[in-house]
Design a protein around this ligand. Structure first.
Ligand SMILES: [Zn+2]
Length: 121
C-alpha cells in the first residue's frame, strides 16, 4: 500500500521549488530580451568587441532556455504525479502496470515507471 499523503506533500514541495526556479530563469530571460543596443560601433575594434558580447549573450540565453525546458519537463512530471494521486492511480508503473517500488518513489516521487522499466520512462 502506497502512502500517497506522504508523496503528495513531497510533490507539492517539489512543485513550489521548481516554480521558483522557473520564475528565476524566465525573469532573467525577459530582462535580457528587453535590453537594446544603445551604441553603434564606430571602429573595427569596437565592432569585434560587440560581436564577442553578442556571442556570450547567445550562449547564456541558450543555457537559460535549456534550463527552462528542464524545469518545465520536471514540473510536468510532478503535476502529472499529483493528478495521479487525485485519480487514485499514483505509484503504478505506466509501462507494466505494477506497483512502483517505494524506494524509487522516495528517490523520485514523480517517477512514472518501476525500476525494471526505468529506461522506458
Ligand atoms: Zn514496470
Amino acid at each position: 500500500m502506497i502512502d500517497t499523503n506522504k508523496y503528495q506533500t513531497k510533490l507539492l514541495e517539489l512543485k513550489a521549488q521548481i516554480e521558483t526556479d522557473l520564475a528565476q530563469v524566465a525573469t532573467t530571460k525577459l530582462n535580457s530580451d528587453g535590453e537594446r543596443w544603445s551604441a553603434v560601433p564606430t571602429d573595427r575594434d569596437q565592432e569585434m568587441e560587440m560581436r564577442d558580447e553578442v556571442a556570450d549573450r547567445f550562449e547564456d540565453l541558450t543555457e537559460r532556455e535549456s534550463a527552462e525546458r528542464t524545469f518545465e519537463a520536471r514540473l510536468k512530471q510532478v503535476t502529472e504525479a499529483l493528478q495521479m494521486i487525485a485519480d487514485g492511480t499514483y505509484g503504478i508503473c505506466k509501462i507494466g502496470g505494477e506497483e512502483i517500488e517505494s524506494e524509487r518513489l522516495e528517490a523520485n516521487p514523480a517517477a512514472s515507471t518501476c525500476k525494471a522499466h526505468i529506461d522506458a520512462e
